[in-house]
Design a protein around this ligand. Structure first.
Ligand SMILES: Nc1nc2c(ncn2[C@@H]2O[C@H](COP(=O)(O)OP(=O)(O)OP(=O)(O)O)[C@@H](O)[C@H]2O)c(=O)[nH]1
Length: 850
């Protein structure tokens, strides 16, 4: 929204008007004042005057005749002119337009324009308007009477009424004006063309001015009641011409009036709508002020924002209020809000649903074994032909009730999903091997489960083993604030053995018990909503996704939107591989029909409007792209270095490659969590498969390290990595990765400094020596002061200054250090107001690490 005010010189105007400089100087001479020169910059008033002058001297005698004979030619001419005119704008060559652009200034501030506008009104337009733009016509008529009475001057208001910023000169049918920050491309109504005004470069709002002109006209001309016909206008015009000599004076008066009116209107409180976030330029535009003004106000509030930066509602509202505007909050209804119902389910619509359970715990404590044991013991037997499908989740039935298990053991996947906003699970089974006890990942699992607010049931596994010591496990659990029931707490701990099957039924019983207490409910009678548990691309079927319905009922044929993928469900199968038509809450299903492979953890919604859903997906993709772009901007070597140079937060970019998507997400989450105040761990790329050449290239460009999980680099990648010095770290256990990265981060941490005091010195005498400055004759009370020490001047217990030493002397010789009990002379670099009795604390800064 930059508003440039271009100076409009006399020579430019002469060129535009196609008259000689001298003609123009002469014309302006009539206005009085100092004689003008070719390079003189014209004021808006002068421009107005010249415009008026030439307008009136170039009028077409009969517009009717002219119009009748020339409609077509004029149109063509106009069209033909249009482009050239644009092109010429910059060069300030105007072929036909006598009506000089009222200069940037003139436009930026409405006042100057009135004059040109006033002229614009020529009668010829009246007819076309009547036909094409009735409302314009109506407006036009009012001013006309005034024109008649007041003659020369009145034309202006009348014209303004019509278009606000129109200028028209008799005899010139087509014009374009350029001015400072914006362009007015204007066509004459009378020739059936339209006028468009591009106000991007200025703060002018045409309606506002039109309104003002209307008001002005009304106030001045409320005596006039009738509409005037074309002929009347023509009469008027001829009268105008006769009275031309008086026009200038009257115009000035009317201009004044207009100005007053404008000023009054401007002072009226402006109402602005401000959204949650607004770009400074947009805010300025809405406030009808320049961006500079807004920026200044922002600075006043301590907010340094450039024209393209975004400020929040509160800040914007403050600025707006300071600028005298009345603020209203702009509420946007997003496509998402329109498309996806988020209404609460009424109590009566809720029905019981089965619990969704996840299994967590330390490596090798038996998570998979327990899941397998449960599945094998309780799935499928009853369902003919049921073949267990590994779709990422499955349901078992125990004592007539269903339980849904997520088949992705480990807290990483669970947390990755949660991080995407999917609170999928109700109950976490914490598996602890009875012989091993609580291990680091057990603790992490506990914390993850707690953070997610899910209920924990402890399965003390491997009870069949000899070294099994469930009491020790219970004891260790207590240390993690999990007190088992038999010890007075509320945590259920079930001793089990995945190997023998011992305690598995009891575990299931307890799951149902906890679920009952939790009163898990959902509304099956609405469009489904849930989470993508797993997704993959199948060669034959296309994108295949396992969805867990969390609310509502998913139906075959439903249109669903999941992250940035959308589609209509083509096939839907349950965890036993059977085709089903409907899936209610807590049911895992595998579906096909999506256009793209969604990500695990994406929330999905069944929606009613497919078109809108596709629109939403486009929008999400766009947002994702922008995010990605910003990410890439952050990880270029250039800005990484500049960040470090500026002492800003350092980044440790990492590329994660893993065998399955779930692990990528899990590793990503775990690593990014390692970020602290000084070093930010940022996974700039994650993907499934071997570490490839392109991964190494990206790492090389971004100064990133590559973390591989259960994958190997391909030979080319390995070779390239060696050549370019890219670090590839391969792990089999997340825990190891975290440990190593943590170490790496320690190496990156910015050094910390602390002060080490070396001596206390008393100032006993102060000498002022020319060319040397103020010398403190001192005595070292304790410690040892070194030449490179810094000095803190303390007077009566108050720190007066901190400064560097410029000299340390023993008698007349420079000293490296002076020990306690000795006298010395000290001068400081800047601080000279030393007084007897001051205490100098000598110290130096030491770098250290935690
Ligand atoms: N004796 C005994 N061994 C068990 C029991 N449960 C699991 N195991 C063994 O423990 C080892 C690890 O079991 P998994 O089920 O793979 O453990 P996990 O927690 O899923 O391991 P990760 O997937 O690597 O995290 C396997 O060799 C199992 O046979 C049990 O109840 N008793």
């Amino acid at each position: 929204m930059s508003m440039k005010t271009t100076k409009y010189k006399l020579s430019d105007m002469a060129k535009d008007l196609k008259v000689t400089n001298n003609d123009l100087i002469e014309c302006l001479g009539k206005l009085g004042g100092e004689p003008k020169k070719t390079q003189s910059v014209l004021t808006p008033e002068e421009i107005s005057y010249v415009l008026e002058y030439y307008t009136q001297n170039n009028q077409v005698d009969s517009f009717d005749a002219f119009y009748a004979n020339n409609v077509k030619p004029v149109k063509e001419e106009k069209k033909a002119d249009k482009k050239p005119v644009k092109a010429e704008k910059k060069e300030k060559k105007v072929e036909k337009k006598p009506e000089p652009k009222p200069t940037p200034k003139a436009e930026a501030k409405p006042e100057p324009k009135p004059a040109p506008k006033a002229e614009a009104k020529p009668e010829p337009k009246a007819e076309p308007k009547v036909e094409k733009k009735p409302e314009v016509k109506a407006e036009t008529k009012q001013p006309a009477p005034e024109q008649k009475k007041k003659q020369p001057a009145p034309q202006k208001p009348a014209k303004k009424k019509e278009h606000g910023v129109r200028q028209q000169l008799g005899g010139f049918s087509d014009k374009k004006e350029t001015s400072g920050g914006y362009t007015i491309s204007e066509d004459n109504d009378s020739f059936g063309t339209q006028r468009t005004i591009d106000t991007r470069g200025s703060y002018i709002e045409l309606d506002k001015y039109n309104e003002k002109y209307d008001n002005l006209a009304n106030s001045k001309q409320n005596k006039s009641k009738d509409n005037f016909t074309k002929k009347q206008k023509l009469t008027q015009k001829s009268q105008q011409r006769k009275k031309q000599q008086f026009s200038h004076k009257k115009e000035t008066e009317s201009e004044k009036l207009r100005r007053l009116e404008l000023e009054r209107a401007r002072k009226q409180q402006l109402k602005v709508m401000i959204p949650d976030e607004i770009v400074v330029s947009e805010l300025a535009s809405r406030l009808k002020v320049t961006a500079t003004e807004v920026i200044k106000k922002l600075m006043g509030l301590g907010v340094m924002a450039s024209i393209n930066e975004v400020v929040d509602f509160d800040t914007a509202a403050l600025v707006a209020e300071e600028l005298g505007a009345k603020v209203e909050k702009e509420v946007h209804v997003t496509i998402e809000e329109r498309l996806i119902e988020t209404d609460e389910d009424p109590e009566e619509s809720l029905q019981e649903r089965c619990p969704v359970v996840v299994v967590m715990g330390h490596v090798d404590h038996g998570k998979t074994s327990i899941l397998d044991r449960i599945r094998n013991a309780h799935v499928t037997d009853t369902e003919a032909g049921g073949i267990t499908q590994h779709i990422g989740a499955y349901q078992v039935e125990y004592e007539g009730k269903k339980i849904t298990f997520l088949d992705t053991p480990g807290h990483e996947a669970f947390t990755a999903m949660r991080a995407r906003g999917a609170n999928v699970t109700d109950i976490a089974i914490l598996v602890v091997a009875a012989d091993d006890g609580i291990m680091p990942q057990t603790i992490e699992s506990i914390n993850h489960a707690k953070a997610a607010g899910v209920s924990i049931i402890v399965a003390i596994n491997k009870m069949d083993k000899e070294g099994a010591d469930p009491d020790r496990v219970k004891q260790q659990l207590t240390e993690q604030s999990l007190v088992v029931e038999e010890w007075g707490g509320d945590v259920i701990a079930v001793p089990v053995s995945a190997k023998t099957g011992m305690g598995i039924d009891e575990l299931l019983e307890n799951i149902l018990l906890v679920a009952e207490v939790k009163e898990l409910k959902a509304n099956p009678d609405r469009l489904a909503r849930g989470t993508v548990v797993e997704a993959r691309l199948d060669k034959g079927k296309g994108p295949v996704a396992t969805l867990l319905v969390q609310n509502g009922t998913l139906k075959s044929g439903d249109v669903i939107i999941a992250g940035t993928s959308v589609g209509r469900i083509r096939t839907m199968t349950n965890d036993k591989g059977r085709s089903i038509k409907e899936a209610g809450p807590s049911t895992p299903v595998e579906i096909t029909g999506l256009g793209e492979v969604p990500s695990a953890g994406d929330v999905f919604n069944a929606v009613a409007d497919e078109k809108l859903a596709r629109e939403l997906v486009e929008q999400r993709k766009h947002e994702a792209k922008e995010e990605l772009f910003q990410q890439h901007q952050k990880v270029t070597l250039d800005n990484l270095f500049s960040q470090i140079a500026e002492g800003e937060m350092k980044e440790l970019p990492i590329i994660v490659k893993a065998d399955v998507q779930g692990s990528v997400e899990a590793v990503k989450q775990s690593l990014e969590k390692l970020s602290n105040d000084e070093v930010r761990v940022k996974v700039i790329h994650g993907g499934v498969g071997a570490v490839s050449e392109s991964d190494v290239m990206l790492a090389n460009a971004s100064n990133a390290i590559i973390v591989g999980f259960n994958v190997r680099p391909d030979p080319v990648a390995k070779q390239n990595a060696e050549q370019s010095g890219v670090d590839i770290r391969l792990y089999r256990i997340i825990y190891d990765a975290i440990e190593e990265i943590t170490d790496a981060m320690k190496g990156m941490l910015a050094p910390k400094y602390r002060e080490v005091e070396t001596a206390r010195i008393e100032v006993r005498q102060v000498y002022k020596i020319s060319n040397v400055g103020t010398v403190a004759g001192s005595y070292v009370l304790d410690g040892k002061v070194g030449r490179n020490n810094e000095i803190r001047v303390v007077r009566d217990g108050i720190v007066i200054a901190e400064d560097k030493m410029s000299s340390l002397k023993r008698f007349k010789d420079d000293a490296k250090e002076v020990a306690a009990g000795f006298e010395c002379g000290i001068t400081l670099e800047k601080f000279t107001d030393i007084k007897e009795g001051d205490i100098f604390e000598a110290f130096y800064m030491e770098e250290y690490r935690d």
